[in-house]
Ligand binder design. Structure first.
Ligand SMILES: [Zn+2]
Ligand SMILES: [Zn+2]
Ligand SMILES: [Zn+2]
Length: 286
């Protein structure tokens, strides 16, 4: 009668509680960039689609909306707040965000901003947001409830402070951020350079003024929607042409649709070009 009890006691006593909880609750991202999402605005799999990619069991074919978290010397930076933000932060064990930088005002890059509520709650202060005027106007309209007084009771509100940016480089969280003007169809959007890494999502044209800012890159993160051409995103061939011109050591493709089945497309890429996937981490030298 007593033996099983005693055995359980020793087993339990022999495994310190701290051992089972040795993994820190949250990750230290400093010196790295993590791909929170690598999918197009519809996400992959796409609702209602039974294509091979959408039915794939390869986890790299499961793509939330495109965003990265960047571990800078003085804190964690989010680039965009996608509608998948809550899921992305939980998956990557990111418990704090020190600033948000926006590329542009499209829904798949902005509409998860309400998921910053717990970030504001834990930090006890608003999250500084860095964006162009067009993005600020979109946020003020889409999340008007967060900017009216008095605030509605219960549930909390996302609190942000706006910082207007242009294409001028600026200091943020201990590093220099260099904005990169990009053309996204008829929209002007921004990419960003941190040290020798450039992040260029949602674009189908790199203006003349931006090419010099892409020189000497170690890593280029680049939009690549699908094989065929698109009016606002680079196709695979177009992205490969940009990669050849920029000559970064690594080019990582993002914002992919279900047209890109990871294993098939990755196997056919030239040396130095890779498909990113959700959760991929790359080192960052800022
Ligand atoms: Zn997008
Ligand atoms: Zn599909
Ligand atoms: Zn877009």
């Amino acid at each position: 009668m007593w033996l099983p009890f005693l055995w359980r006691f020793f087993v339990t006593a022999g495994v310190p509680v701290s051992a089972s909880s040795a993994t820190a609750a949250f990750r230290d991202l400093r010196g790295s960039l993590v791909f929170l999402g690598t999918g197009t605005s519809l996400g992959v799999p796409m609702v209602g689609c039974s294509c091979e990619t959408c039915q794939s069991s390869d986890p790299r074919d499961s793509r939330t909306r495109t965003s990265v978290a960047v571990g800078l010397p003085d804190g964690t930076l989010l680039v965009d707040t996608t509608p998948d933000l809550r899921e992305q932060l939980l998956r990557e064990r990111i418990g704090s965000v020190d600033a948000v930088l926006y590329t542009h005002d499209h829904v798949d890059h902005v509409y998860g901003m309400d998921d910053l509520r717990p970030i504001c709650f834990h930090a006890g202060r608003p999250v500084p947001v860095y964006c162009e005027e067009r993005v600020e106007r979109r946020i003020l309209r889409a999340f008007d409830y967060a900017f009216v007084a008095p605030a509605s009771p219960g549930g909390g509100l996302p609190k942000v402070t706006f910082n207007r940016i242009s294409t001028d480089p600026f200091e943020l969280l201990g590093t220099t951020v260099t904005p990169l003007r990009l053309q996204h169809g008829t929209f002007e959007v921004l990419g960003f350079r941190f040290g020798d890494l450039a992040y260029c999502t949602d674009t189908n044209e790199i203006p003349d003024e931006t090419w010099p800012r892409l020189e000497g890159l170690d890593v280029l993160v680049l939009d690549c929607l699908r094989a065929s051409r698109h009016p606002t995103h680079f196709s695979l061939d177009e992205a490969l042409a940009v990669a050849r011109r920029v000559k970064a050591r690594r080019t990582l493709l993002v914002h992919m649709s279900h047209d890109i089945r990871h294993a098939d497309v990755a196997a056919a890429l030239p040396a130095g070009v890779e498909l990113a996937h959700d959760g991929l981490v790359v080192p960052l030298a800022t």
